[in-house]
Design a binder for this molecule. Sequence first.
Ligand SMILES: Nc1ncnc2c1ncn2[C@@H]1O[C@H](COP(=O)(O)OP(=O)(O)OP(=O)(O)O)[C@@H](O)[C@H]1O
Ligand SMILES: [Mg+2]
Length: 305
Amino acid sequence: MFTKRIILFGGKGGVGKTTCAAASAVHFSRKGERTLVISTDPTPSLADIFELGGTPEGPLAVGENLWLWELGMEEIKRMWRRKFGPEVYEVFSAFVDIDYEEFTSFITSVLPGLAEEFMVDHIRELCRRGTYDRILWDTAPMGQTLGLLRTPSMLREHLRPAPRIYSRLRLGERTRRPLLEILRQWEILSQQDILFLQEEVEICLVLIPEGLAVRQLERIERELKHYGLRIQRLILNGVILRGSSEFLEEKADQQRVYGSFLKERYSHIPMNEVPWLPYEVKGLNRLSEVAEALFSEQGREDRGR
Ligand SMILES: Nc1ncnc2c1ncn2[C@@H]1O[C@H](COP(=O)(O)OP(=O)(O)OP(=O)(O)O)[C@@H](O)[C@H]1O
Ligand SMILES: [Mg+2]
């Protein structure tokens, strides 16, 4: 059902992003695709869902054709430091007298969106290397994900006047490149990242059939549009199939109102439904059950575009 190699699972806290990303990963790996499920949530739960009992460092094989990578904030910062630290330091140390270690730990913790932009860049790099046929990208709750999506274009806007201001300044100890050129490179990098998001990443929004989630959808769609991005698939998770008690019946009736509204209002976005299961989704068997609901013909509420 997904059309791109990289699928980003976004949505509000606790709606089932990680569950759906993990279940999709199980599905693709069983189809024989080399699959990576990667989390960039600073408080990740992917390893827990796969019952690993700890966070692995780097991609870990968790099944045939299936790798899991949970990137915590510390690892993201470390990787950023390795890849971009020296160059950014070189630019900043032209103005400020600061020690390298102090500088990178300061900048990775305070600059908004830096880790997020790095993540986009990191996933783009993974995609370019071609090690995996499919990458399922489990993100942080929506507020932070929107920050992530916003970062490349925000950086681009901020960098725009920079070359004019600093064009005369030359740096050079390490790279011997003029500052202007370094900044231009950064701008290109941001542009590539946003283009990558626009063209190669399929944005899948997970939501539950409740009023608040449905009301937030409009705002999310608007924000994404602002950055040339759009929701390409909706997953309606936690759908009560039938009520076996008065309580559940009532709950199911309420959900149906929102389900119908979504189908009508967002008829341009394909939507899948996942039933609410009577247990926590943990381990391969239960993930398979969610995958089955997501990918099987019957479970599919795929109305195309
Ligand atoms: N269809 C479902 N049926 C039953 N339980 C579910 C279903 N989907 C998710 N859950 C449970 O709901 C909880 C939250 O799911 P999950 O961790 O996937 O959400 P999330 O959106 O990734 O959360 P966070 O925003 O905290 O990262 C988990 O305990 C999971 O097992
Ligand atoms: Mg999660």
